[in-house]
Every structure is written in C-alpha cells, then in structure tokens.
Design a protein around this ligand. Sequence first.
Ligand code: IPE
Ligand code: IPE
Ligand code: MG
Length: 246
Amino acid sequence: MEEAPRPNVSAQDVLAGPIPAHVACVMDGNGRWAARRGLPRTEGHGAGEAALLDAVEGALDLSIPWITMYAFSTENWRRPADEVRYLMGFNESLLLRRRDELHEKGVRIRFAGRRDWRVPKRVLRRMDESVDLTKDNRRCTLTMAFNYGGRAEIVDAVRQLVADGVPANKVDEKAIRSRLYYPDMPDPDLMIRTSGETRISNFLLWQLAYSELVFDPVLWPDFRRQHLFAAVREFQQRQRRYGGIS
Ligand code: IPE
Ligand code: IPE
Ligand code: MG
C-alpha cells in the first residue's frame, strides 16, 4: 500500500505565527488503518507508535510546551478482551522502549486517568517509573490520557470537593478546576482528532470548552509532524472570541 501523502508544511512555515501552548490529540484510526491492509487491528496500534513519536518531535520543533495524547479511554474497555490485553501490553512496552529517548529530549511524561483495578499492576509500575524518570524535564510535558474519561475526571473532582467539605456557595469553576487531574495544565488551545471522526469521545470535556478543533482524515498510523504543522497553521487562521466580539 502506498504511503499516505503528508501536508507540505514545515515548522518554519508556522513558527512565524502564534504557537499553541497546549495541543491535545485524539489518536484515532488505528483499526481502520490495519483493516485497509488486511491486518489485525492490533497491527494498527503498533504502527501508531511511530506516529506518536513523530508528533512529539513536531511539538518539540515548534516548542509547544504541553501535548496531551488520548491513548485509552474509559470506554475502550468495551473492546474485545484480546485487543484490550494487547493495548495494555503495548503501552507498557512502548514506555520501556521510548522513555529514555523522551527523557533525553527533555520531555516530562505524565498520565491522566483512573488507576483502577483493571489496569495491570506492571503497567502502572512502568507508568510510575516513566513519570519519576522524567519529572524534572520542562521542555515539553507529554500527558498520556490513559484509562481517561472526561466525565470520570469531573466526577473525581466533584468527589474531592465533597471530601474536602467545600460548602455549596464556595463551589465555583476555580474550585472544580483545582481538583482536576492536573490543575497546572493549561486548557488546550488546539485539539486535533485524526481518522475523520468529528466527535470528542469523552476527551478533556472540561478543558476543551474553548479549544479550536481540527479534524484530519488521516488515520493515526499515517500521522506525522507535518500533519501537526498543518493543524497549527489552521489554528493560526482561526479567530478566537471566547463569547465576546472581535
Ligand atoms: C485509536 O484507534 C486507538 C484506540 C482507541 C486505543 P482505533 O482502535 O479506535 O481505530 P479505529 O477507530 O477502529 O479505526
Ligand atoms: C477515542 O477513540 C479514544 C482514543 C483514541 C484513545 P475511539 O475510537 O475509542 O472513539 P469512538 O468510539 O469512535 O467514539
Ligand atoms: Mg476509533
């Protein structure tokens, strides 16, 4: 199968304009990428690794300080047990393979999501090791949304509010925001979803309130930094109004 075309956009082309401080990405289309090649879906997930690493490189090229990648949703447990098992093992081994190079590049790795009993212990261990290894890096923070759901995050924040004994008249946006998984993380300026699906699928529901959304038909395994650059260029052409007038 021939290679998917890449947008003809370079880092230089976009560096003249405003660069988003936080780009969030729904890495979608692995299964369809594999199906088109007559391969099992898991091969698509495997091929997504190169796309993820190149996207991180692209973010570093643009000096984007925050990137968040949706790797596994709270709804993805609905998939066949074999695929779920593959994804758990794949994410664990990806960390083992890639954490040193990410660390050398100055990337801080974090995870957003629920650490519930369904996530195998050894995956949690690998996550903790990666976080610990890279915790002092500041060039770019890569947050992997893993066993992540936007509603679950809000529920967890509300539980914390109640546990903290916050009275009703003290509940405001700041009180909720400060109880999200990473209160220091700025809201995404730009959210990219691949594979042509035009939905949020429970990603960062609170934080995406005023993000610019870019939907790219490219299937995730074919995504490369040029797609990121093209999305940033599109972002630069948007007019953000936040409910006001320009
Ligand atoms: C995204 O690709 C990866 C995960 C959700 C883990 P999909 O596996 O959803 O691929 P499609 O959407 O079926 O093509
Ligand atoms: C969203 O993709 C989750 C991730 C990319 C990890 P899905 O493929 O799970 O979303 P739906 O089911 O098409 O909405
Ligand atoms: Mg999908």
